[in-house]
Design a protein around this ligand. Sequence first.
Ligand code: GDP
Ligand code: MG
Length: 228
Amino acid sequence: MQISGHEGSDIRMVQATENQRQTTRGGQRIYKIVVLGDGGVGKSALTLQFVTHSFLEYHDPTIEDAYQHQAVIDGEAALLDILDTAGQMEFTAMRDQYTRCGEGFIICYSITDRRSFEEAVEYKNQIERVRHSENIPIVLVGNKYDLEHQRKVATEEGQSLARQLSCPFYETSAALRHFVDDVFHALVREIRKKEKERLLVAEKVKKRRSMWRRLRSVLRFIFRKRRS
Ligand SMILES: Nc1nc2c(ncn2[C@@H]2O[C@H](COP(=O)(O)OP(=O)(O)O)[C@@H](O)[C@H]2O)c(=O)[nH]1
Ligand SMILES: [Mg+2]
C-alpha cells in the first residue's frame, strides 16, 4: 500500500509542521502523535507497520515523515497524525516546534541497545522542558523483542522506567507486528484520559467560580438592604 500522495486514500503523507494546531478535520478528532527515540531503534519500522501493515528491512534514517491513519479505538473513530522523527536529539527549532504541538509521544528504545534505553528518559525530559508539564501522554516502547538473543535491556528495567514516567509500557516487534497496534491505541487512550481529567478540573473551577459569584451577589444584596 502506498503511503503518500494519493487523494481519496485514507493514508496520506501530510506536512509535518502544518496544521499542528488543528484538532479536528471533517468533524473528526485528530490525535497528533510524535514518535521519538534514538536512531536505529525502529521508529520508522513501528510507524510503517502500524500504517501499512508491512515491514521494511531498510528505511532511510534521515527521513522525517508524517502519516495520517484512521482507526477505531474503543468504538470511537480517531484520525492519527503520526510524525516519525529522525536525526539526533539536538535541540533544533523544528524539534521544539513538534514537541510543543504533539499531543502524545511514543518514546522508543531497542531492547538490543542499552544506550537507546538510557536516552529514553532524556526524551521525556525534553518534552517536560518544552511543555512545562509532567502530565503529557506518553507510551514507552522497547522494540525488537524478537531479537531475544541480543537483548541488553531486561523487561523489568523497561517496566520500572515506565513506572517512573507514569506511562504504559510495551515490548514490541515491528518485524513480527507484535503489540504494534497496542502501542498506538494505548497512546490515544492516554490522550483521551488526560483530556477528560483536564475537562473535569476545568468544570470544577467553573462551578467554584459561579458559586463564589452567587455568594458575592447575595452578600451585596444583604448589605444594601441593611444600609437602606
Ligand atoms: N529484528 C528486528 N529488526 C527491526 C525491528 N524494528 C526495526 N528493525 C530494523 O532496525 C533497523 C532500524 O529501523 P528503523 O525503523 O529504520 O529505525 P529508526 O531509525 O528508529 O527509524 C532496520 O534495519 C529495521 O529493519 C524489529 O522489531 N525487529
Ligand atoms: Mg526512521
